[in-house]
Each structure stands twice: as C-alpha cells, then as structure tokens.
Design a binder for this molecule. Structure first.
Ligand code: PPS
Length: 329
C-alpha cells in the first residue's frame, strides 16, 4: 500500500485557531457573520474581515512606519488589483527592467509576489517584516482602518483603484468558489449576493470602501489618485501616462517614441500575464493558485449573471451611499 501525502491546509484557508491568544480574544468581541470562504467574517471599524487578515490589520496598524515617498496601491478586492500592481511595478522599475525585456520579473513572478499586501502578507502570521527592499506597497484596507501613520503622512502617495460593484461581486463569487477545497460545495449566488449587498464581504461594504478614498482624493488630489478599472480598459495609454506622472516617473519623449507605453501595457495585459507559465501553474506563498487572479478581465460581465432585480438593488445601494459625494459609477 503506498503512503498518501496529506497536503497541509493552505494559509488562506487557516482560521481562528492559527492566531495568537491575544488576537483571538480581541476578535471574539467583534460582531461576526458566516464567511464566504473563511468560516466567519468579523466587523471591525465598519468593515468585514476574515480572522487571519484581521490579525494582519491589527499588526500593521500598530507597527507600520511609513517613509516619505512610499507608494500605496489601494483597492477593494476584485477591482483589478493584480493589474494595477503589475503596471505600477513595471512603471517604477523600468530603468533596471525595461518592460520589453524577456527576463522581466513579471514574466517569472505573479504581481502579488512582487507587490505584497501589507495586511495579508507583510504583517500576516504575527511577523514584523523587514520592508527595506521595496517601498511600493499594496493594501485592501478601507480608509478608516489605514494605519494613522499612513493616513497622516502627506509625503506618501496613494493610488486607489475602483470598479463597478456589480463586476466586483461577480468576480468575487467566482474567486471564492475557485479557492474552495476540492470537496467543498460552491456557495449559491443568491446567498452571496444578499451578503454582498448587506456589506458582508471581503473588506466590504465595497461602496463605503470606495467612498472613503474618493473623499480623500477630492481633498488632496496631489496625494491620492483615483483610478477606475473601466477607464483603464477604455483608454489604457492615457491612464498609464497619468499614473506614471502621478508616481513621479513620467514617460520621456524618447520612451514615448520608443513605444515604452505600449510595452508596459502589453507586459501587464490580461492576455500577457494570464498566459505566462508562472500564472498558469504557480502558487503564492499563502497557497492561492496564481491562475485564480485571472478570469475574464472585462467590463460588464455582470450582465451574464445578475437579473434586472439584482442590478436594480445594486443601483439603489449606490445611489443611497454616494448621494451628494459626486462619485458616480
Ligand atoms: N491584467 C489584467 N487586466 C485586466 N483585468 C485583470 C488583469 N488581471 C486580472 N484581472 C481581473 O481582475 C479581477 C481580479 O481582481 P483583483 O486583481 O483585484 O483581485 S484581488 O483583489 O487581488 O484578489 C478579475 O476580474 P474578473 O475577470 O471580472 O473576475 C481578473 O480577471
């Protein structure tokens, strides 16, 4: 009889048991609901987190110290974070790594490995990370949970990426089903839809998440750039030029002539990234298969999943939440 290897539970499926006594005690005081993938989501500072991420949130709130010129890529999950990470990395490192180079880091590493999340990666597992290697960070943290050290630091730059919540919902539903252990049943779309509308979803409510950074971008547009997935799809060159400018690395005339804008876009395109071996068969250190971050990458896929009534409920929520803010999606 051959001995069967028992795979350890991937980190992203680890739950409350893996946390320190202190964190477990704290989260036991928070409101909780059944999770989409994790057993529970906990409400902290008005938003919903799985226990493992919450431990990272608390730790980075306590310990993170920004440096002038740090850059933070912020988004609610499934807004196009993977794409933004790839583009920002390619823009900021294009001197040592020209985007057309066949050995560019993005051809052998998933964007999440190159630009880890503060709360999900750097500060996960009770670690205090050494952050000296790179000052380009990413986070799904809503504004009220962003470490005060970042929120109050006027020299840091924040790039916020937003997407139509209907597409976010559909993307999140596929994503969490794709991460389920093989024998676990998929969640029903109706149940997930109701939870999402009530804000009970990863880092949700997504509307409040967007509004927090929208307001900040209106107060301080030099420090916070508000990008939209749909506009990046519609006019990628303009948006990438705008981003390069905001990040302090605008394209030179030579680069424009040499087609570097197009090179960055090609390198970071859905087709380009999702076709790479590393993204077809690799895994993150937290256990997620890289391929789950690439599904369709289009605008408006929600039309294939939501009926009129569901779409109307989303519209009503957006109208209520965004009223008077100037934010229209
Ligand atoms: N390069 C590129 N271009 C365009 N779109 C892309 C790209 N990479 C990923 N995607 C699509 O983004 C969706 C995943 O969202 P996130 O990257 O925010 O996920 S995560 O929060 O990091 O888990 C998910 O959207 P859906 O296809 O609608 O599910 C991905 O397919």
């Amino acid at each position: 009889m051959g001995s069967e290897m028992i795979e350890p539970t991937p980190k992203y499926l680890q739950q409350e048991e893996s946390l320190s006594e202190e964190v477990r005690e704290f989260i036991s005081t928070l409101p909780k609901e059944k999770g989409w993938l994790a057993s529970h989501l906990y409400r902290y500072q008005g938003f919903w987190f799985p226990a493992r991420y919450l431990a990272g949130v608390l730790s980075c709130q306590q310990h993170f110290l920004p440096q002038p010129h740090d850059i933070f890529l912020v988004s609610t999950p499934k807004s196009g974070t993977t794409w933004l990470k790839a583009i920002a990395f390619a823009l900021l490192h294009r001197s040592p790594h020209p985007p057309s180079a066949p050995d560019h880091p993005l051809t052998s590493s998933n964007p999440h490995a190159l630009v880890p999340f503060l709360e999900i990666n750097h500060y996960a597992d009770g670690r205090l990370p050494d952050l000296s290697a790179s000052r380009l960070f990413s986070t799904h943290l809503p504004f009220p949970s962003l470490p005060h050290s970042i929120a109050n630091n006027r020299a840091c730059k924040i790039v916020y990426l937003c997407r139509n919540p209907k597409d976010i919902f559909v993307s999140l539903w596929h994503f969490t089903n794709g991460l389920r252990p093989q024998n676990a049943p998929a969640s029903s779309m109706d149940g997930a839809f109701d939870m999402f509308c009530r804000g009970v979803s990863l880092f949700g409510p997504c509307w409040d998440h967007m509004l927090g950074y929208w307001n900040l971008s209106r107060e301080d547009s030099g420090r916070v750039m508000f990008l939209r997935f749909e506009e990046m799809k519609e006019r990628p060159k303009e948006e990438v030029r705008r981003l390069a400018e905001f990040l302090g690395c605008p394209f030179t005339a030579e680069e424009e002539e040499g087609g570097v804008v197009e090179d960055v876009l090609r390198l970071c395109s859905f087709e380009g990234l999702s076709g790479l071996e590393v993204n077809r068969s690799g895994k993150l250190s937290s256990g997620e298969e890289n391929r789950v971050f690439f599904r369709r990458g289009v605008v408006g896929d929600w039309r294939n999943y939501l009926d009129q009534e569901m779409a109307a409920r989303f519209d009503r929520i957006a109208e209520e939440k965004f009223r008077g803010s100037g934010l229209v999606l």
